[in-house]
Design a protein around this ligand. Structure first.
Ligand code: MN
Length: 208
């Protein structure tokens, strides 16, 4: 499943008359695929790691966030595909709505697949993901270099959440920086922290 039809699960979870999140109606643009990492202060604080693939953002929830240290194996739970416009979403998802809480865009940029041949044939990036292993090079403001996503448990049941590991490759952009502090982290788009975004939206609603 790809493109707009891949967004059925995303749309089914949300009320677009109540949340400012995008419904995903704009066609994809641009040739270089993008990635985004959001910090989401939902029922549990997590990072959302998203890669543009076939016109949507393939998405993983990463509780501890990405690490530049190849020794860190970061759990990444697959979540529903998001529309491309979601890469710009920063704000507060209202109480009672799916994913209620504050979101900031922690990092954004472009990526390119690090292709590996299987049986002499070059696989597409989406084929690699479907097979459960894909590596890619990130050119972000904060994240740089090769990373790999590897699935270690397939999803069961209606939600079908898969368990993956997000790991830095051992290249010249590897480092010792571990977990970013989600509360101190600032948006790459606005320079704001989670608390600042929450306070500004509360003030706009008149209850701050
Ligand atoms: Mn999230």
């Amino acid at each position: 499943m790809s493109g707009r039809n891949a967004l059925t699960a995303y749309r089914g979870k949300r009320h677009f008359d109540r949340t400012a999140e995008p419904p995903g109606e704009q066609p994809p643009a641009g040739e270089t695929p993008c990635f985004v990492v959001q910090i989401h202060d939902a029922s549990t604080l997590h990072f959302d790691f998203r890669l543009e693939v076939d016109g949507v953002l393939k998405s993983w929830s990463v509780p501890k966030g990405p690490s530049a240290d190849p020794h860190d194996k970061r759990l990444a739970m697959s979540t529903e595909d998001h529309p491309l416009e979601y890469r710009e979403f920063e704000g507060v998802i209202p109480a009672g709505e799916y994913g209620a809480g504050t979101v900031i865009v922690w990092d954004q940029g472009s990526y390119h697949p690090l292709t590996r041949k299987k049986k002499g044939r070059t696989r597409s990036f989406s084929e690699s993901l479907a097979d459960g292993h894909a590596s890619f090079w990130l050119d972000g403001s904060k994240l740089h270099g090769g990373y790999a996503l590897t699935r270690f448990r397939t999803g069961e049941g209606p939600g079908k959440r898969e368990s993956w590991l997000l790991v830095k490759e051992n290249d010249d952009r590897a480092g010792r920086r571990g977990t970013p502090d989600a509360w101190r982290a600032r948006s790459v788009r606005s320079g704001r922290t989670l608390k600042r975004v929450a306070a500004e939206e509360a003030a706009e609603r008149g209850d701050g």
